[in-house]
Write a protein that binds this ligand. Structure first.
Ligand code: ZN
Length: 62
């Protein structure tokens, strides 16, 4: 006998599919940088030019 939790009955395809209804991945949201036009994460400093809201906030090295 199994001593760990094992389902007594096989779940139906409907129940399995219902469980997986929320499994789909969505593409990450991307905003366009006002300074350099590159794609960036919204509400975050641009990784390309170091600007935020049209203002330079991080110095870019290399
Ligand atoms: Zn930028």
């Amino acid at each position: 006998m199994a001593k760990h939790p094992v389902p007594k009955k096989k779940h139906s395809k409907s129940r399995r599919n219902t469980r997986r209804a929320h499994d789909a991945l969505s593409a990450p949201t991307l905003a366009t940088c006002q300074e350099c036009g590159n794609k960036k994460v919204p509400h975050a400093v641009c990784l390309e030019c170091g600007s935020y809201k049209g203002r330079q906030v991080v110095a870019i090295s290399d």
